[in-house]
Design a protein around this ligand. Structure first.
Ligand code: KG4
Ligand code: ZN
Length: 340
């Protein structure tokens, strides 16, 4: 393969209900285009993502989204160094659309192809906006499917420090939103309701592991919210949605903050990187920022579009792997429960 001055990569992300494509120059961490076709309105009436509906919509969107990303970037197919797509974890039918399209495009254009782990994308997204970010760092990836803490020592070398024993943070936000009658997706709806509460909010216990591990657990907190709602109704009153949302949001984010800071102490690390949809939460960003500042830790938060599912992070992760001389075979298939 001929060495190229620029490492321009087309990335495709379709692990859930977003079809996204982006062109990124990995060496300079530059995003040339980033297009996202969201299906939120399609799935809202169902209160969650319907996998079959998502993959059928992806089939309709993939061609135009990739064409738009290429056109906006001004980069010709022939000038790309490779095509990268999410190969897991995620919904099988959704992943198949993006991965299949990426393989076809790469094969047709004679380009290297890379399957990228969605979680590696979230972990590395902050690099695209922070020139001063470098390894090592403690990474907190919090999304609809994962709540994990990593010690990232180098690209491709990360140690899992903690994960969730039950629900992911975003899943807990989504489930509590449903209990409160708030709309899908639950995270932004809970945040908005919490912001409307002028008082202290309902006090819920912080979930802690008895064995002092850094793992997360949301089942206890979720049950506390449910009991509170039931107790209100048994007493003949409707729960104060804003106060419950504020209390839940505080407890759910405090446990993320506490364990992240513990991980920094444990590993002697002074950098924290956030990633994943829940990293868009304003209370988490503000409170973690404040605690990091107090402790002399530098916090790197991606902007909101780069916290949510996007293809720039996939293109970037793929670009870094290409620079390390890695590629994937065209026989690579999707891995819905791919670990990281
Ligand atoms: O990373 P992401 O876009 O998709 C997955 O890989 O899962 O994350 C989606 C999750 C959803 O559970 C959503 O409710 C949550 O991120 N989320 C939030 C906020 N925005 C999105 N959770 C809390 N506060 C928010 N502002
Ligand atoms: Zn995600």
């Amino acid at each position: 393969m001929q060495a190229r001055a620029k490492n321009l990569v087309l990335g495709i992300e379709s692990s859930c209900d977003e079809m996204a494509a982006a062109v990124v120059e990995a060496r300079s961490r530059q995003i040339l285009s980033s297009v996202v076709a969201s299906q939120i309105e399609t799935h809202r009436p169902f209160g969650g993502v319907v996998p079959e509906v998502a993959s059928r919509q992806h089939l309709r969107d993939v061609g135009r989204v990739c064409a738009a990303a290429l056109q906006e970037s001004g980069v010709a197919l022939a000038d790309l160094a490779g095509v990268a797509a999410t190969c897991g974890p995620g919904l099988a039918g959704s992943l198949l659309v993006g991965l299949g399209y990426a393989k076809g495009l790469a094969y047709f254009a004679g380009l290297p192809f890379l399957g990228v782990n969605h979680l590696e994308g979230h972990l590395l997204a902050a690099f695209l906006e922070h020139e001063d970010l470098d390894f090592p760092f403690v990474g907190l990836v919090v999304s609809g499917g994962h709540s994990s803490l990593y010690l990232a020592e180098a690209r491709g070398r990360q140690r899992l420090l903690a994960s969730t024993r039950d629900d992911a943070a975003g899943e807990a936000f989504d489930k509590v939103a449903k209990m409160l009658g708030l709309s899908y997706p639950g995270g932004p709806a809970v945040q908005e309701a919490a912001e409307a509460c002028a008082g202290a909010g309902v006090s819920f216990p912080l979930a802690g592991m008895k064995d002092h591990s850094l793992d997360f657990s949301y089942s206890g907190l979720k049950t506390s919210v449910l009991w509170h709602i039931k107790a209100c109704r048994a007493a003949g009153v409707e729960p104060d949605v804003a106060a419950v949302a504020k209390g839940f949001q505080a407890a759910a984010t405090d446990v993320l903050i506490r364990n992240t800071l513990k991980a920094c102490d444990q590993e002697g690390c002074h950098r924290v990187v956030l990633g994943g949809g829940v990293a868009a939460n304003a209370r988490l960003r503000q409170a973690l920022g404040q605690r990091c500042q107090e402790k002399g830790i530098t916090l790197f938060c991606p902007s909101i579009p780069l916290c949510m599912d996007n293809a720039a992070m996939i293109a970037y992760a793929g670009g870094l792997r290409l620079l390390d001389g890695e590629t994937s075979g065209f026989d690579l298939s999707v891995s819905p429960s791919l670990g990281f």
